[in-house]
Each structure stands twice: as C-alpha cells, then as structure tokens.
Ligand binder design. Sequence first.
Ligand code: PMP
Length: 357
Amino acid sequence: MKKHNYSAGPCILPQEVFEKSAQAILNFNDSGLSLLEISHRSKDFVAVMEEARALVLELLDLKGKGYQAIFLGGGASLEFLMIPYNMMKVNGKAAYLDTGTWASAAIKEAKFLGETVVVASSKDQNYNNIPKGYTIPADADYFHCTSNNTIFGTQMKEFPETDLPIVCDMSSDIFSRKLDFSKFDIIYAGAQKNMGPAGATLIVIKEEILGKTGREIPSMLDYAKHIKAESMYNTPPVFSVYASLLTLKWLKNLGGIEAIEKINDAKAALLYTEIDRNPLFRGTAAVEDRSNMNVTFLLNDEAHTAKFDELWKAAGISGLPGHRSVGGYRASMYNALPLESVQVLVDVMKALETEIK
Ligand code: PMP
C-alpha cells in the first residue's frame, strides 16, 4: 500500500510520474530502447530537454522575458559556488540573508570568492524566523536569499525591494506558490522536491546579468557556457530531467502554479490549525513566517513520543521525524502530497489527544 510520504526530499512525486518514468526506462517512446541507454544527443532526448526548459519558463511566467532555464548536475549545493563565480565581481562583494542551514552553506561558498556580507541572520533564534528590516549594501554585486528553509520550516512571504540583482535558492518551494518571478535574476533549485528525482538542478537565469564580473570562470561553472550549449555542455542527468518534465506536465495539466497554490494553502491550513488547536503540540516557526512546504512541530511533553510514533506509523505515514539537527517532527507537504494524506496526519494527532485524556 502506498504510504503517506512526508519525506523532506527526495520526496513524493505524482504517481503518474513514477509510472510513466518507469515505463520510459523499459521502452522509451516505443523506440525499443530504454531512456537510460540512448544518447543524450539523440533526437528523442534533445526534444525532452527542449520541452522541459520551455515548460519551466512557461510555468514561471518568464517566457519571452529574457530568461533561460538550464538543468545541471551537482545539486543546489554546487550552485552555492557557481553563483558567486558568475555574479561576484573581482574585488566585488555579495550580500546574503542567513535564514538557515542551506543559506549559511551558500554564504560559506561565496566567501571563497570574495567579501560576503551577511545582511541579517536568525541563527541566534535557531532560525525560527525570517529576519526583517535589514539594509542591503547598495554597492554589493547581488543579494542572495533562500525562499524556503527546509529544515527550520520558515518561508519568505516577502522579498526586499532592491536595485541589486536578486538570486534565490528556491529548492524547497519552487512551483508551489505564485510569485512575480521576474523580480529574480537567478532562481535555482535541486530537482528532488517539487520537480523530480535527485540528480538535476534547475537554474533560471536572466541572461543579461551574465558576463559582468571580469572573472575567468572554469567551463563547468560557467552559466553562459551551459546556456550556449542548450544545457548539453556535458552529459546531463537524463533520467532526472525526463521525470522532471513529466512532473512539470502534471502541474500544467492541473492548472499550473495558481492551482497548486490553492491546494498547498488548504493543506497548510489544515495542519497548522490542528497544531494550534491541539494542546499536545506546538509549532516551532514564528507564525508569520510559517512554511507551507515544511511544517515543523514538537510534542509539548516528550513522554508522548513513543505513543505518537506508534500511531502515525500504524496509519501508514512515513518520513515524519524532524531533521537530525532540530529533532521533533517535520511534515514536508510538497506539491504531490495529497490533501488526504494531511487529513490522515491530523486524525492521528486527534487520536493521540483522545488516548491521553
Ligand atoms: N537548498 C535548500 C533550500 C535545500 O533544501 C537543499 C537540500 N535539501 C539544498 C539547498 C541542497 O541541495 P542539494 O542536496 O541538491 O545540493
């Protein structure tokens, strides 16, 4: 029986994506060949790459606005280094907002290339909120932020007004909510949450911002080279790109980001309402910054841990423990997690309350 999968990533994908991508491994496009045994430069795979790149821009409403979408290897973590390589001028400076483990990992890599200013950090509060009211130095080459903090369960609801290029790590909430994506100059995301299997990283770039650093960039780290090669500078992660295309098509058929946002809002409202109502639980993130993707919460009395764990496991729930650095629980509710799965979790929380009374 299919579990209710709350895994933080890799995570649940639409069932039809699992089925269609499994079929493509056996016999891709009725070619008598597996997707995994054909050249990435074959007509069939080039068509996959082209369609995936175009569909990303269409779904983000960036078509015809000077943006390029590419799929690279290396995970979002490699982008932590590629961003400063492509954006920080020689003797330049970058501005970063520190909202969690991944933001601070990005800051660490930027420091390899030059002066990296942390405009604000919520580290002292165990990253339970998004800092506000900070100043971004006007002479920085770019501003970097993380839209959703996968581990701590906070999400940026607003982005600063700045004349600087904005670079955003959207690994854990891309395609989940409507934003004016044209406010961002680079958006990047590992595939393994709302898009597909691990292996590919999506980077969406406003092309005109490249080529301004005065830096020599090693080939594999150079966005311009990857764009020029139409995301085929070297062998791309073919399976991850193909399954991502299937997920993007699923999203488009559903009505795109606008439609999924309504479902995501309903899922988040259902679970947060129960966390706030049920005296046994409390949320860990500041209420105004709560993430719709990763809901972090604790039992008020740890003595109930064994009973709660027994109940959710018996209900067919998987992947609920919090990140090893935080503890407690984390319900990751990415696009493909159905509302029914959230209802199952809420019912378990209510059942715990009944058992304890
Ligand atoms: N950024 C965020 C927001 C993430 O959640 C993660 C992974 N969970 C990463 C970056 C790192 O991604 P990867 O493992 O693809 O390098």
